[in-house]
Design a protein around this ligand. Structure first.
Ligand code: HEC
Length: 136
């Protein structure tokens, strides 16, 4: 009985130290992990709203997917459709400055700021660029 206890005790110590060692390694892994991790398109992290968006200026993509896509995604009310070169070519021909102005001030059924009231002019311009770049 005494011997068995001894074996169990040893086994317990070995198992215990293994667990402790693992925990330590996790700690180390966490401490030496890179500060910024890369988030690639298609990754789970890319689907979540970018945490940086709240702090810095919104990207053209963020503004587009948050606001412009409502109409420009499907071409609602004659909005030039995202990804459709034929819709955008005549618009692009007017010059980027005109498109920026129309995005900021509105144009016919296109509402001022594309309904993103909190967007800055630069963010709206980035959204225009994003749509144009993906509709050629
Ligand atoms: C409520 C629907 C709606 C939303 C939301 C919307 N648009 Fe539009 N947009 C339109 C319509 C409709 C037109 C076409 C107007 C026309 O040609 O008469 C248009 C046209 C445009 C044009 C072309 C203007 C031109 O001079 O030909 C740009 C650029 C544009 N939108 C940018 C944006 C941006 C950037 C956003 C998001 C911030 C946005 N739109 C959101 C409806 C919308």
């Amino acid at each position: 009985m005494k011997k068995l206890f001894g074996i169990l005790l040893v086994a317990g110590l070995v198992a215990g130290s293994a667990v402790a060692k693992e925990a330590k390694e996790d700690d180390v892994q966490a401490r030496i992990a890179p500060v910024g991790t890369t988030c690639m398109q298609g990754d789970e992290c890319a689907a979540a709203p970018a945490p940086a968006a709240a702090a810095g200026p919104k990207s053209g993509k963020d503004v587009f997917s948050g606001f412009c896509t409502t109409c420009h995604g499907a071409g609602v009310m004659g909005a030039p459709k995202y990804g459709t070169a034929a819709d955008w070519a005549p618009r692009i021909a007017k010059g980027k400055d005109t498109l920026y102005t129309h995005a900021i001030n509105g144009f016919n059924a296109m509402p001022p700021k594309g309904m993103c009231a909190a967007c800055t002019d630069d963010e709206l311009k980035a959204a225009v660029d994003y749509m144009i770049d993906h509709s050629k």
